[in-house]
Design a protein around this ligand. Structure first.
Ligand code: 8X3
Length: 291
C-alpha cells in the first residue's frame, strides 16, 4: 500500500516530459509547442480497478512494461502488494472497494500529488455470479453484480471525469462484454450490467464531445486463465474448467494488448467499441421451444 515517502515524494514532478510519441516531428520537438491539439505525455498515469488479478493485472503489466505508471486498485491487499513488488516503482498499490463510495474517495485522496493526474481510467472491476435461470438466482447475486459492474463503474467515472475534462484530455476504458450485446441462458443480470456499460460509454461519448476526453467500451467474449468462471461458479473449479474445455479462449494478455492499443492511439482517435471473441467462439440460432 502507498505509504507517504515510500514511492515518489509529493513535490517530485511527473517524469513524463511532453515528447513526440507518434514520431510526427522527428527531432524538431520545438514544433510541439505549436500543436493545435494536446499530445499525451509520453508517460501516462493509468488507474486500473480490479488490478489484483486477471485482466487488471495483465493490463498493469503491459502499461508498466511500456514505460507507464499504474495505480493498482483492488480489495485484496496481499495480491496488490505482490504485483507492486513485481512491477517496481511504476506501480502504486491502493486498497479500494469500488462498491464503497467512501473507500473510493479515501483512496483518491491518499494518492501522492504526483500520481493525481490520471490519464487513463480502466474500469475493469466486475464479476459474473451464477449461470442459473433468472427465477432461480438469489437476489443477492444480482445486487452484487449491479453494485460492482454498474454502480462501482459509474462512481469511479464520476470521481475522475471532472479532472480529465478540466485538463482537456483523458480516456475512460470500460470493460464490457459480449454478454451485453447478445442474450444467452443464465446471462440475465450479468448481461444486463454489461449492456449498461455499453450505453453508458456511448452516452459518455455524447457528453464528452469537444472536451478532448475519450471513452471506449472494450467487450470481450470467452476469455480463459482468469478467476472469472471460478467466481461465477462460486468455487466449483471443475465446472469452471469445463467452460474452456476444448477451446482456445482469449487470454488476459490479449485484452491488455487491446487496451494498450486503444490508450496509445493519437488523441484525435476515439474507439467507441471493441468487441472481441476467440476464433473458436460464434453465435447460436434462436431457441424455439416446440411442443
Ligand atoms: C464474459 C464473456 O461469454 O462468458 O464477459 O459472457 S461470456
Amino acid at each position: 500500500m502507498y505509504q507517504p515517502g515510500s514511492k515518489e515524494t509529493d513535490d517530485q514532478p511527473r517524469t513524463g516530459a511532453r515528447q513526440d510519441p507518434y514520431g510526427y516531428f522527428g527531432y524538431n520537438s520545438a514544433l510541439l509547442s505549436h500543436l493545435p491539439f494536446p499530445l499525451p505525455d509520453s508517460i501516462m498515469i493509468v488507474f486500473i480497478t480490479g488490478a489484483s488479478a486477471g485482466f487488471g493485472a495483465a493490463m498493469a503489466r503491459t502499461f508498466v512494461k511500456n514505460g507507464h505508471q499504474v495505480v493498482l486498485a483492488a480489495r485484496r491487499k496481499d495480491r496488490l502488494d505482490a504485483l507492486a513488488a513485481e512491477l517496481g516503482d511504476s506501480a502504486l498499490p491502493v486498497e479500494m472497494d469500488v462498491t464503497d463510495k467512501r473507500s473510493i474517495e479515501e483512496a483518491l485522496s491518499m494518492l501522492p500529488q504526483s500520481w493525481r493526474q490520471i490519464d487513463v481510467l480502466v474500469n475493469n472491476a466486475g464479476l459474473a455470479l451464477n449461470t442459473k435461470p433468472a427465477h432461480e438466482v438469489p437476489l443477492d447475486d444480482w445486487n452484487t453484480m449491479i453494485d460492482t459492474n454498474v454502480k462501482g463503474l459509474v462512481t469511479m467515472t464520476h470521481a475522475l471525469l471532472p479532472q480529465m475534462v478540466e485538463r482537456g484530455s483523458g480516456l475512460v476504458i470500460n470493460l464490457g462484454s459480449v454478454a451485453g450485446h447478445y442474450p444467452y441462458p443464465g446471462g440475465n443480470v450479468y448481461g444486463a450490467t454489461k449492456a449498461f456499460v455499453e450505453q453508458f460509454t456511448l452516452n459518455l461519448r455524447a457528453d464528452l464531445v469537444g472536451t478532448g476526453v475519450r471513452a471506449t467500451n472494450l467487450a470481450p467474449g470467452l476469455c480463459g486463465g482468469t478467476e472469472f468462471s471460478n467466481v461465477r461458479m462460486k468455487g466449483d473449479i471443475a465446472a469452471a474448467a469445463k467452460v474452456y474445455e476444448g477451446t482456445q479462449p482469449l487470454t488476459a494478455e490479449d485484452i491488455a494488448e487491446t487496451a494498450y492499443w486503444v490508450a496509445t492511439l493519437p488523441p484525435h482517435v476515439n474507439i467507441n467499441l471493441i468487441e472481441m471473441m476467440p476464433t473458436c467462439q460464434g453465435f447460436s440460432p434462436f431457441t424455439i421451444k416446440r411442443s
